[in-house]
Design a protein around this ligand. Structure first.
Ligand code: M6R
Length: 593
């Protein structure tokens, strides 16, 4: 869940390049950050200079760092050891000539560390990470650093990505097992990062490191080899197609706002360009005996919505599970089963573990994923890109509605008419556009002002509006820190109604479908207990204290409904003085279990 960026080449401002790379990766972790640079010859006795700070990287400059042509850095999301300067990466060995950054959890560090301490190695931090740099220091006494790193890597357990900056060789040496790393090929300069989008300003030619691969990155070139055997491996070079504009905020104050506003365009493009992909996935579901969708967080709610869509449109039962729960339900899978894994990043560990379990059972894996080259993308038997473009806000927005758009198209393709799917997604794109007009957003700002200090909010829906309620509540709690609960409206009377009192904020989704009457009954139950009803619907109703107009888009109405929820959550966060792109305690890509 950490951001990693490394540079080695002909430029002398390696630290500045790394700093800019880290800024573009901060969404991967923002507890603390650090940079290591090897100063030009003779300037530091061959020692690496490290600067580390707690907190967000913000407007930091590389002023305090020396000139040098090899550097790397890290933005941290703490797993082991508190958020302190000492625990921030990079970590140095005892000589100051090896530096390490790490993403993951080194599971057996406590078995290794005592021996190193006994041997005289000095530990400065409380992290698991530091053990690894001392292992490499120890093993490199009588062998090349790359060989020492290979030995250390094969001795540690856990899912990790390590990069060592070796002053002796002026190289970055990387190894991955579980956590993503990508190398970028430049002209007399080369790069390494945790996320390909950070490489776009410098190169589009990349190789995504496979499990148990190592890379030696120098200015002259990049060597890839197998960490188990030491054999050289031919890189699988790919060309990145995302544009730089897609990776910057542009005129928007936050990525989340930019990404919310990109949704109508993304949806229209999916409707226009993805019919054959929808038909391919539909045919695969048709051929399978039992299909299961799996994802985490927002992606899990997309799975849940998919289950409703397949039932409603295609009259098919497609089950779903949360990634971290899937393994406890996977015993019935057979080689004829299909598991569709939904993920923005393609790096979510719980989702990856679920598909690994499914593979063990012989099932086929279909990845619906946004990030090209991600672990899930490479691991799956079949794949479909979501096509939402880079998503940097920690709160997933356009990747979620993109997933829904694909699922609608696939459900219609199964029913035999992908064209109707296109129509529904196009209508959803238009309705979403209306939700984002200036006057609609003004209304949401007023609502945010009114409810900025409440402690709880409730969101209710039935059918497709149930996952919309869960997703809206997740967005509100994730970025505004207001406790919000999404509920199936029918469940109110089975317990949650006890929580409603005078003025309690209740959002009710009332689309033009079979759920309208029953859901209105739920809203009335809340109103009767003093609830303040925000009715998100295609038509007004007298019980609404505030009416939010959501133009009807058939089954696609779930999309503008959720976009309204995203926008309200965003406005609540902003009015409460919070940074919606970097909610506390969270990070974009959850690469730990
Ligand atoms: O990258 P993924 O789609 O696999 O991520 C899954 C969840 O971690 C993610 O959707 C998370 O719930 C978001 N922060 C929600 O906004």
């Amino acid at each position: 869940m950490c951001g990693i960026f490394g540079y080695v080449g002909h430029r002398k401002d390696a630290a500045c390049i790394v700093l800019e790379g880290l800024k573009s990766l901060e969404y991967r972790g923002y507890d603390s950050w650090g940079i290591a640079v090897l100063p030009e010859s003779g300037k530091s006795d061959g020692k690496i200079i490290v600067r580390k700070k707690t907190g967000k990287i913000g407007d930091a400059t590389a002023d305090e760092l020396p000139a040098g042509s090899i550097a790397f850095g890290h933005t941290r999301w703490a797993t082991h050891g508190g958020v302190t300067q000492a625990n921030a990466h990079p970590h140095l060995d005892c000589t100051g000539k090896l530096a390490l950054i790490h993403n993951g959890i080194l599971e057996n560090y406590h078995e290794i560390k005592p021996g190193l301490k006994k041997g005289g190695h000095r530990f400065i931090s409380d992290t698991d990470t530091e053990t690894f740099v001392h292992m490499v220091e120890e093993y490199s006494r009588n062998r090349l650093v790359s060989k020492a790193m290979q030995r250390a890597f094969n001795e540690v357990t856990g899912l990790n990505a390590f990069i060592i900056l070796a002053a002796r060789d002026k190289r970055l040496i990387a190894a991955r097992n579980g956590s993503p790393l990508v190398v970028g090929y430049g002209d007399n300069e080369n790069f390494i990062a945790s996320d390909a989008s950070a490489l776009l300003p410098y190169t589009r030619q990349v190789h995504f490191l496979e499990e148990n691969q190592m890379a030696i990155v120098s200015g002259a070139g990049i060597m890839i080899f197998d960490a188990k055997t030491g054999d050289l491996v031919e890189p699988h070079k790919q060309v990145l197609t995302w544009s730089i504009d897609q990776t910057v905020k542009g005129k928007y104050p936050y990525f989340m706002l930019k990404e919310i506003h990109e949704q109508p365009g993304v949806l229209a493009a999916i409707a226009a360009d993805y019919t054959s992909q929808a038909e391919k996935l539909a045919a695969t579901i048709d051929r399978s005996y039992g299909t299961y969708m799996v994802g985490c967080g927002t992606a899990a709610y997309a799975c849940m919505a998919g289950s409703y869509l397949f039932s409603k449109i295609a009259k098919r039962h497609v089950n779903w599970a949360i990634g971290s729960e899937f393994t406890y339900q996977a015993e019935f899978l057979t080689p004829k089963s299909l598991v569709i894994a939904l993920s923005q990043s393609g790096e979510t560990m719980d989702t990856l573990e679920a598909v690994r379990k499914a593979k063990e059972k012989g099932a086929s894996i279909y990845a619906v994923v946004n990030a090209l080259g991600s672990s899930l993308y490479r691991y799956a038997d079949h794949k479909m890109l979501i096509g939402a473009g880079p998503e940097k806000g920690v709160a997933s927005t356009k990747a979620f509605t993109g997933k829904l758009a694909h699922l609608i198209m696939v459900a219609y393709a199964m029913e035999g008419s992908v064209k109707n799917g296109q129509k529904v997604v196009t209508a959803a794109a238009k309705s979403s556009q209306k939700v984002l007009t200036e006057s609609s957003v003004r209304q949401l700002k007023e609502l945010a002002l009114k409810f900025r200090n409440v402690r709880h909010m409730y969101v209710i829906g039935r059918g497709l509006s149930y996952p919309a309620s869960l997703e809206t509540a997740l967005k509100i709690k994730e970025i505004s820190y207001i406790h919000a609960e999404g509920l199936a409206a029918g469940e109110l009377k089975h317990g949650p109604l006890a929580l409603v009192e005078k003025g309690t904020a209740c959002i009710a989704f009332l689309p033009n479908d079979e759920t309208y009457g029953a859901n209105l009954a739920g809203a009335m139950e809340m109103k009767a207990r003093g609830g303040y009803i925000i009715g998100a619907s295609y038509k007004p109703h007298e019980i609404f204290d505030t009416y939010v107009h959501i133009p009807d888009a058939g089954e696609g109405t779930i999309i503008p409904n959720v976009i309204f929820g995203q926008m309200l959550a965003y406005e609540l966060a902003v009015i409460r003085g919070l940074d919606p792109d970097k909610p506390r305690n969270l990070a974009k890509s959850v690469t730990v279990k």
